[in-house]
Design a protein. Structure first.
Length: 119
């Protein structure tokens, strides 16, 4: 799990990109008007065409905020917020460690946005 990797390697924040293949996954779409994610689970073999996101902490807990584009064997694509994914054939990821602590603000009125230090 990516968040376990963050903890074990002491990654305080950063960004991630990746490609690969998944056997199952959960995608989400944030509905701004309702301030909640719509979530849908899939159980199918797909290629992970693109995965981009950031790594941060919220309340001391590591958070990986990832968005993906996937393709099925009919070459149909879909994308969204990745809640979960099970890697099948391969997962190739690059992580940029910011070397500084990146946190997400815990706000009741909105999404927990990144609180980036001024440097």
């Amino acid at each position: 799990m990516l968040t376990d990797f963050m903890t074990s390697k002491g990654i305080k924040g950063g960004s991630v990109t990746g490609i690969g293949a998944l056997s199952s996954y959960s995608l989400g779409y944030y509905k701004v008007s309702e301030k909640e994610y719509l979530r849908k689970d899939y159980d199918e073999e797909v290629e992970l065409l693109s995965c981009v996101g950031n790594l941060a902490y919220k309340g001391g807990i590591p958070i990986a905020h990832l968005h993906v584009v996937i393709s099925n064997m009919k070459m149909e694509t879909r994308g969204g917020h990745l809640f979960e994914g099970v890697i099948s054939a391969t997962g190739e990821f690059s992580i940029f460690d910011s070397k500084i602590e990146v946190i997400r603000l815990d706000r009741a009125d909105a999404l927990p946005l990144l609180d980036l230090p001024n440097r």
